[in-house]
Structure formats: C-alpha cells, structure tokens
Design a protein around this ligand. Structure first.
Ligand SMILES: Cc1ncc(COP(=O)(O)O)c(C=O)c1O
Length: 384
C-alpha cells in the first residue's frame, strides 16, 4: 500500500514528549517521527485488543524467528534464539552494561559528541566517564584511534560504548573503521557495547555493519543493543533487544537483568516487534524515501537561506547536525532564539563539549511542517 507521510496528525495534548507546547511551536527535536505507524503494526495491536485478554506474556517462537530473519537477511548477522535477550529499552540496557562489564569507579569511554544517556548513565552509575572527541574531516566525523588508544591506556578503560550508526551526526561506521576499533579494544581487553538502534535508518549509498559480525574470537566482550522502536516510529511502545554470542556473557547479562526482573516486555511490545519485523518493510522503505526527500529539501533551504551553517549530511537517520557557530556565540542564546521563533531543535551542547554551538534538526515530519519549521529557523537566525 501507499502510505501518506504528508498527513499532519495533531499530537498536542496526547502526552507526547515531542509536542509538549501549549502554543503552535514546531518541534524539530527529539528522535521521534510525526508519521503514523505502519498499518500491519496498528492491525496487530488492534487484534490483541480485540482478543481482550492482556495477561502475562512471553516471547513466542514466531517472534524470535522474525528477529532472526530481519537481521540475517538485511545485515548477514546470524543469530540463534539463545543470542537474543529482551530489555525495556536501549538506554536501560546501556545502564545494565555498566554492571555487566565494569565496577564502580571503572572508566567507560564514549565519543564526543554522543547521545546524552551514554554519558549520564555512566555517571549516574558512578563510573568514570572518559570521552574521545570525534574528528571532523571534510564535513564527516571520524574516530580518532590514536586518542582512543591513549585514553584507554591512561584511564585503564574497561568498556567502550559505541554508537553505530552514530548519533548525533549520522555517521555509518564502515567495516574498516569498526575493524580498526575492534583491534584496538582487543589489544587492551576493552569490552564493546554497540548501540545499533539507528541501523535500519541507514540511508542510500551506505552500508551498516553490525558489530557482532566482526567479533569472532572476541565475542565474550561484545554486545549489541537494538530495537524496532526507532525504525518503525513506535518509541512509546518501549522494548528492545540485546544480542550477544558468548554463552557465559549471556548468562551474566541474564543474571544482571534478573536482579530487577527486567527481562520481559509487555504484550504490546512483543506484538509490535513481531509485526514490524514480519510486515513493516514496505512502510520503512517509503518512510526512508520520504526522509531522504526531506533531507535534500532541508540542505537546499539552508544552503540558500543560511549559507554559513555548516551542515553534516547524515548517512543514517533523519537527524541533521548543524554547526551554527556563525549565527551565535552562546549555546543557550542560540536555542532560545529559535524557541522565540516557535521552533525547537536539540541544543548540540547536550551531546558533549563538541556540540558547542551546534544544533540537531529532526526532519522526520510532513513536508509542510518541515517547510514552516525551516522558515522559522530562518527568521530566528537570518538577521544574525
Ligand atoms: C543512539 C540512541 N540510543 C538509544 C535511544 C533510545 O533508546 P530507548 O528508547 O530504547 O531507550 C536513542 C533515541 O533517540 C538513540 O538515539
């Protein structure tokens, strides 16, 4: 079927985190799309409601099959049922991994800039947060392997939290980059947890490599985290997966999950996950085509109207990383100026020091909303 991504659905007063305003501000921030979910997903949810029994539920064989098939056919990641654990979210799993791989006080390395919970979950769990700045070369982030190795040695890093694809900036790390990183982590016996929640939003011309496909011989120290929530715009459903291949490691993760009884999902999460992986591909293909169009539209608009914004073209996802340093000298003032023009973006500084004077722009919304949002960005910054 043909989906209508132009449809504007009023999300105000629904408890939406994205649409939290009492006025007509346009939200181009949090990673949540303003598109209705795929029809097979909505039908599956309706079917469960119609059945009428919402009792305790466990993952079915069909659910495991759907996960195994999706990851095997798309990414050549071969999984057995035993390699898959469930978790209420990727962020809860990031926190869990601190306990699996490290002790209080141990050093955890993340890149800068990075999705904020990578930093906060390490800090809140009393680990020592160590950051390695990504190097920007010709409008693209790169891992600074020399710096990463120096930090690993200096701080005796135990765990590296990788974001693959990266958020913010949208880099899809290449196989070569990941192999080089793996070599380094192996050399210093650093565990790697790869957050792959943006995997399915890889844009044309780029290839996503699941970290686990490279980890042979080092599987006792590698975990990937992923979810259907970002891919299919069902974040309110909550639910994610943990993949690992080493039996002892899987047991350790399970034991850690058992401590707080957090290994089960709710009935709707299982339902949505299965229907998404079984029947969501048509929606995803169309959503990605729409997003790519919105990215082009945005790049054209900004190049024409605000030429001094330095734009990082995303290789995955619908989040565009903008260097606005030509248009302001203070992070808060930049953010406030946009809010005064009734458009909200994520302040880059929330993603680490490297986000200074940067903004993250979400283009996963109907084109008409995006166009109005861009006009407001222009009216906020145009005369700076
Ligand atoms: C890199 C990354 N990890 C995790 C999440 C959130 O995951 P969850 O909602 O499953 O906790 C996001 C949401 O934007 C994200 O960008």
């Amino acid at each position: 079927m043909q989906y209508n991504f132009d449809e504007i659905i009023d999300r105000r007063n629904t408890g939406s985190i994205k649409w939290h305003y009492s006025d007509d501000t346009i939200p181009l921030w949090v990673a949540d799309m303003d598109f209705k979910a795929a029809e097979p997903i909505l039908n599956a949810v309706e079917q469960v409601a119609q059945h009428g029994i919402l009792g305790y539920t466990k993952p079915t064989e069909a659910l495991y099959e759907s996960i195994i098939k999706w990851h095997g056919s798309r990414y050549d990641l071969s999984l057995d049922k035993d390699n898959i654990l469930f978790s209420p979210g990727v962020v809860p799993s990031l926190a869990l991994m601190m306990k699996v791989f490290t002790e209080v006080g141990d050093a955890v390395l993340v890149n800068d800039p990075i999705y904020t919970p990578f930093m906060t979950k390490a800090q809140q769990n009393n680990r020592t947060l160590v950051t390695s700045a990504l190097k920007e070369v010709e409008g693209k982030y790169h891992l600074d392997l020399n710096d990463i190795e120096a930090k690993i040695i200096e701080h005796k890093v135990k765990l590296y939290l990788l974001c693959n694809p990266h958020n913010p900036g949208g880099r899809v790390w290449t196989r070569d980059e990941l192999e080089a990183l793996l070599l380094l982590c192996k050399k210093h016996e650093v565990a790697i947890v790869s957050d792959e929640i943006h995997q399915d939003l890889t844009l044309s011309g780029h290839t996503f490599t699941p970290f686990l496909t490279l980890a042979k011989g080092y599987e006792h120290k590698v975990v990937s985290l992923t979810s259907m929530t970002k891919t299919f715009n069902v974040a309110g459903i909550k639910g994610s997966m943990i993949f690992a291949k080493d039996e002892v490691l899987l047991k350790k993760i399970s034991q850690q999950q058992n401590l707080n009884d957090e290994y089960e999902l709710n009935l709707f999460a299982y339902t949505v996950m299965q229907s998404a992986y079984e029947e969501g591909d048509e929606w995803l293909e169309q959503a990605l085509a729409y997003i790519e169009k919105n990215i082009e539209l945005t790049l054209d608009f900004l190049a024409g109207h605000l030429p001094d914004i330095k734009i990082m073209r995303p290789e995955a996802s619908y989040l565009i990383w903008l260097d606005c340093s030509a248009y302001g000298k203070d992070d808060q003032m930049l953010y406030d100026k946009l809010r005064e023009s009734k458009v909200e973006l994520n302040a880059g500084i929330k993603y680490g020091a490297e986000g200074h004077l940067k903004m993250r722009l979400n283009v996963a919304c109907p084109e008409a909303l995006l166009r109005e949002g861009l006009n407001r960005i222009y009216s906020a910054l145009g005369d700076s």
